[in-house]
Design a protein around this ligand. Sequence first.
Ligand SMILES: [Zn+2]
Length: 139
Amino acid sequence: MSNSTGCAACKYLRRRCAKDCALAPYFSTSHPERFAPARIIFGATDVSRMLQNLAVEQLNQRANAIASEAYRRVRDPVYAVQSNLAETQAQVALHSVQQQQHQQENQVQLENHQYNLDNTQQFGLDQGPSSFQSPPNFP
Ligand SMILES: [Zn+2]
């Protein structure tokens, strides 16, 4: 428990970051702004899960895809709503029963998104800390 140098994912999940943790190169604690969108969009557990058991080149590809996809969605809610259906299907495939509860929350939030789109065309992150509105130093 004295390991303070783990990756952002392990830190968030409050687990010990192994020396060979697959996520560490992509979500280091020195770049929390890279992990934050992924956590908001996919959830820390799924990010971790999606990067398990991959060959290095796949891992690299997918980690970057997750990071950029998540970042795009937090920045562009319209895109997020459009792609939420595909994401829902992907998540259902990934999710355990416990996480399907989380999915239902997403559905409610999706409805909120559409409601907000109809009315104001602007809204913040329903799921994230408001301090994440403009992440500093994102590559
Ligand atoms: Zn880790």
